[in-house]
Ligand binder design. Structure first.
Ligand SMILES: [Cu+2]
Length: 264
């Protein structure tokens, strides 16, 4: 008996150990290119490890059962009927409840740290929003009122994104932003629900007709990253993509000057 539980503990410990090792050493996500990314990835790692423990544990149990409970020679029927197992039922109710509760609270904490729980409707100095209500989004992480230095308006329509730079009064098909600076985007849809998603930044927000939403983020790496519509919005939804170009401050200013329609 002691032998049996010893092996059981050994197997469970090694499954947990292997899951943690894979979780911390194998990265399935694209590169981290904004200050939101490392925060989000913490949660992903934990979810990945929980998933691995379940997957490896279940697979091991199925393989074990295939051999252990094979039909024996001369065996007919299914054996004695079993009715209920209170301790087993308590275990498989309590453990998942604890896991779900932990994931829920931890997700809330991550969303809060990314600025998702911050008040959205204080003064927006840089955008002519008047008293327009912002319905949803991610605010600045430091929860300072107002928009970041670089304020950009995003229009989404079937099947494109357009980027309006109010400070230069021009519209671009590509989103250019300076690196290591807080960017604020206000998003509106011309038709149906779209979503603004940059996988490398780990941010995503719905764009809803008649209900403006915002996103605040700070890119940390220069480069070109995809902007993807993540809400099935029509037959060419799959082609609704744009690019965000994160560049050094000087390159960004050069690009901005080339496009600027004010003070020419
Ligand atoms: Cu779309």
């Amino acid at each position: 008996m002691l032998n049996k539980s010893f092996y059981l503990i050994l197997i469970i410990t090694s499954i947990i150990g292997i899951s943690f090792w894979i979780g911390f050493n194998i990265n399935l996500l694209p590169e981290e290119a904004s200050i939101n990314a490392p925060i989000y990835d913490e949660l992903f790692k934990i979810l990945f490890i929980i998933g691995l423990i379940l997957f490896i544990g279940m697979t091991a149990l199925v393989i074990f059962s295939l051999f252990k409970f094979r039909k024996k020679e001369g065996q007919f029927g299914d054996g004695i009927a079993l009715e209920g197992n209170l301790s087993l039922e308590i275990i498989w109710t309590v453990i998942p409840s604890i896991i779900i509760l932990f994931v829920g609270i931890y997700s809330y904490n991550i969303y809060e740290r990314m600025g998702g729980m911050n008040e959205l409707n204080h003064h927006h100095e840089n955008l002519n929003t008047n008293s327009e209500k912002i319905w949803a989004g991610i605010n600045k992480i430091n929860n300072k009122s107002g928009f970041g230095q670089t304020a950009i308006e995003v229009s989404a329509m079937q099947f494109a994104f357009l980027f309006n730079y109010p400070q230069g009064e021009f519209i671009s098909g590509e989103l250019h932003v300076p690196v290591n600076q807080e960017i604020s985007i206000k998003m509106e849809s011309k038709d149906v629900i779209h979503a603004f998603w940059i996988p490398e930044f780990r941010i995503k927000q719905d764009i809803i007709p008649g209900q403006p939403t915002i996103l605040n983020f700070t890119p940390t790496k220069t480069g070109k990253y995809p902007i993807i519509c993540a809400e099935l919005c029509g037959p060419y939804h799959g082609g609704m993509r744009a690019s965000i170009i994160v560049e050094e401050q000087s390159d960004y200013e050069k690009w901005f000057k080339q496009n600027n329609k004010i003070n020419l």
